[in-house]
Design a protein around this ligand. Structure first.
Ligand code: PEP
Length: 254
């Protein structure tokens, strides 16, 4: 059992998609559609490419739509060509940052230690890190999903009781149209809650929002969001279409 009711968070990961004009229109439609009914149901977060964070944060002032980023560097400043510090994202108006997305783990070689350092940097800058974990298809087929998720969680979540969101994103469900069964999602989320409780205690662990991510769409959102210990969604492809993103938020249990 979750022990505590958490306000759902619906977060959009735009990945490397979105230019100023078209992206701005999409954000505008999200802001416009985030009406009182939806605000009563869920928090909304849009994580565009870093180039748009500043403009989006300015556009979202007063709307209650939060703006986040997709990664950050562990250091505050220095000789790290091409990198962006968490403090810079905060300065640009971000309030969240995704860390350890499976695409960064796979294509940028980020380890659990790297992800933990980025999550700590996020906290240092006053941002909430969204720490991503999830098993590959081979790991699930080998019956190792909980072992892999447990190890990533232990290695990637920093010590201390700072701001934290965790996203369970099975790698094989991202961008594929495939999703785990509701029973599998329930098993992993209950496991993550239990792991966090045994490490931090229930008072902290029960307040951490655990998002599910991987091919969430308007058509499957209600079923996934109704699963025990699922406190929202991290949405990739469907977050690029304002109507779909809003429909996913509308699917949160009342
Ligand atoms: C993601 O990349 O975080 C994601 C969940 O993607 P999609 O919704 O497209 O599967």
């Amino acid at each position: 059992m979750s022990g505590q009711k958490r306000r759902p968070l619906i977060a959009g990961n735009w990945k490397m998609n979105g230019l100023k004009i078209a992206g701005g229109r999409t954000l505008g439609a999200v802001i416009e559609g985030y009406d009182a009914g939806l605000r009563a149901k869920a928090d909304l977060l849009v994580c565009p490419p870093a180039t748009l964070v500043y403009a989006f944060a300015a556009a979202a002032v007063g709307s209650r739509v939060a703006i986040g980023a997709q990664t950050c560097h562990p250091e505050i400043s220095g000789a790290h060509t091409g990198e962006i510090a968490a403090e810079m994202l905060a300065d640009a108006g971000a309030s969240y940052v995704i860390v350890g997305h499976s695409e960064r783990r796979a294509f940028n070689g980020e380890t659990d230690a790297d992800v933990r350092a980025r999550a700590l940097a996020a906290r240092r800058a006053g941002l909430t890190p969204i720490v991503c974990v999830g098993e590959t298809r081979e790991e699930r087929d080998a019956g190792r999903a909980l072992e892999v998720v447990g190890a990533q969680l232990a290695g990637s979540v920093p010590d201390g009781e700072g701001p934290l969101v965790v996203a369970y994103e099975p790698v094989w469900a991202i961008g594929t149209g495939l999703t785990p069964t509701e029973a599998d999602v329930a098993e992993v989320h209950a496991f993550m809650r239990a792991q966090l409780r045994s490490r931090f205690g229930a008072a902290f662990a029960d307040g951490v929002r655990l998002l599910y991510g991987g091919s969430v769409k308007p058509s499957n959102a209600a079923a996934l969001l109704a699963v025990e210990d699922v406190d929202g969604a991290l949405v990739g492809g469907a977050s690029l279409v304002a109507a779909d993103f809003l429909a996913i938020a509308a699917a949160c249990p009342a």
